[in-house]
Write a protein that binds this ligand. Structure first.
Ligand code: ATP
Ligand code: MG
Length: 292
């Protein structure tokens, strides 16, 4: 909500006359900074990254909202140990407001769950997505950070958000199939949003050597064919502690903070683009416009 400065009260008090500021001047509302987390190939670690990123950013003092946009196949509530009563479909259907649909997770992280099994957004119409984005818009002024955990690939709904997001984290493994899909994702994301700050996370890697060779291949292809390369934001080793944290339903950085994978997530949460990249305007309003 924007606040118009009072033109009479303060102006009269201090200057004995009406406030001179033009009627159109408005105080810009504070809005959450949005980061999308996506991948080409499925199962590469988006939800592990998103949930742990949420906890790490909350530890830095941010009011964090995690949106599980993998609607129908959602996992984030499990990874946070929650059993939410509402989800994105409840919001889409107008049964509950977005704020009332939130579930409180560990360390102050709020989750808007994606729901399991009922329906997905793959076949959602433009009108339905527009209704959903409009319903989510009020969340922007209640948080400092919104992390959107997408399903694998680039659905229409995901692309509409990536097209207007200031920052995108692309998750991949070191394997050639995942890298190829991550390349395709970056290509389409860049075409939709040339101003995007994109970063790559190479997850579940057996060694640093695997990362170096994967990065060389990936960045070489991006440079040659797209003329642009995402930043290599970080890499996370394959680590049994990750599976253990999933079984315990506690984020890795809480359950096993000393593990190699948890340590590797810290620099990713400190990616500068997360702080620098501010949206040009209201994220969900722009996502609505991107649907057209
Ligand atoms: N660094 C890692 N080391 C070991 N296992 C990992 C690591 N990262 C992820 N995993 C394992 O891979 C599984 C899949 O991870 P995750 O659910 O985050 O993938 P995803 O990309 O979100 O999948 P989907 O495309 O289905 O949404 C996890 O349950 C975990 O067991
Ligand atoms: Mg996932």
């Amino acid at each position: 909500m924007s606040e118009t400065l009072s033109r009479d009260g303060i102006g009269r008090l201090f200057f004995g006359r009406s406030w001179e500021r033009p009627a159109t001047a408005r105080v810009a509302p504070r809005r959450a900074r949005v980061v999308c987390v996506a991948s080409g190939k499925g199962g590469v670690g988006k939800s592990i990254l998103s949930t742990n990123l949420a906890v790490l950013r909350a530890r830095q003092g941010e009011r964090v909202l995690l949106v599980d946009f993998d609607v129908g196949f959602a996992n984030d509530h499990l990874l946070l140990g929650l059993a939410p009563r509402h989800d994105l479909v409840s919001v889409l259907e107008g049964r509950v407001s977005a704020l009332d649909a939130l579930a409180q997770g560990p360390e102050g992280v709020q989750l808007l769950a994606g729901g399991v099994g009922r329906t997905d957004l793959g076949s959602a119409t433009r009108r339905e997505l527009e209704r959903l984005f409009r319903a989510l818009a009020p969340l922007e002024s209640s948080f400092d950070r919104i992390i959107v955990d997408h399903g694998a690939g680039l659905s229409y709904a995901t692309l509409a958000q990536v097209a207007v997001a200031p920052a995108l984290l692309i998750v991949t493994s070191h394997e050639v199939t995942a890298l190829s899909d991550a390349y395709a994702l970056f290509k389409r994301a860049l075409a939709a949003n040339p101003k995007l700050r994109a970063g790559l996370v190479i997850n579940r890697s057996p060694s640093r050597a695997h990362v170096d060779s994967a990065w060389e291949r990936y960045s070489g292809a991006c440079r040659k064919f797209l003329g642009a390369v995402p930043e290599l934001v970080g890499w996370v080793p394959a680590d049994d502690a990750v599976g253990a944290s999933v079984d315990e339903r506690r984020p890795l950085v809480i359950a096993h903070p000393e593990s190699a994978a948890a340590r590797a997530l810290e620099p990713i949460a400190a990616w500068r683009a997360l702080d620098q990249a501010a949206g040009a305007g209201a994220f969900y309003d722009q996502a609505c416009a991107a649907l057209r």
